[in-house]
Write a protein that binds this ligand. Sequence first.
Ligand SMILES: [Zn+2]
Length: 354
Amino acid sequence: MEQNLAASRLQVVEASGSNYDMGYEHGTKCSQKIRRFSEIFIREAVQRTGMGVEKVHAVANLYLPLMERSSPHLVEEMRGIAAGGGVSLEDVLLLNLRHEFMFGLRTKQWTNCTSVGLTSELSSTGASVIAQNVDLPPYFHEYMVLLRLKPRSGPRLMMYTAAGTVGNHGINSYGLARSSNALASKREKALGVSRVVLSRLILQQRSTEDSLDTISRADRAVSGNYMLTDSRGDLVDVESTADDIRTLRPTNGFLVHTNHILHPDIAETDTGVAEDTYERYTQMTKAVSNHKGRVTPEDVEGWLRDHTGYPGSVCNHSSLTSVAALVLLPAEGKMLVCHGPPCKNEFQDFAISS
Ligand SMILES: [Zn+2]
């Protein structure tokens, strides 16, 4: 399956206007992808949870009132996606509840990821940088798109995300960037704000403080790790469980995060996502620590391609695959996107304003 991951080109999806309008445009432009992805997703959800299709839809619907309360504008966007994509709102809800169906419903892991953040002192660009590999089941690759949104109010957004979803890794025009990594802890609950929705809410913020506040106030169901930087160059990593958050600050100008909880206050709640998390953490930390001088985006691309410890390497080929790699340069309003495993594919440059 992996050898085909470079075959499809990355679809760039532009949308503007009200949330419903943006959703409708996104849905229309990605209708085939959304319909196929939705079919696969429901099949997987049924298989992994042991529920029937009706029950899966019924569970997805339980999240709707929570989303209506916390982010009615994003529910409107999902309605637009459903109308434009020719699928039901429940189908779109499910695509936006990926993590909850993985962790909240106690099914197997579906995502890992390795993140690295550099302060402006360490980065050759003179501004802070965040990068990550996106580790997912290989079939996700053909449904990933670059979504460029120009909302009626608030910042412009550029995200690398699955078709039909409202948010994921990316940057905004205020100079904020966010990566994320899967975490699992004992402190999770059945219902709450979807992690995809929370990811989008974070990307609507101006600063790391506002983002922290957003994460802290959210009624979270599952755990997650978010690496953030803003236009002032503040770089922070946020480990969150359903009932707690802890922050980590750079040491020697950098931060690394994989899929285990690092903060001593909450580390004992970790229930583990991926066996290779420690190896990837050690390898990426070594790569940054051993680097001499300032770090260029090309250096970071090289770290993301690393195969030490293969198949559980930073460029992952274990139960999941690094289906993409991202270098986020929010100060320049740019993302370097490698659509496919970074060991076999090139990075392309995308600007938030085309
Ligand atoms: Zn590789």
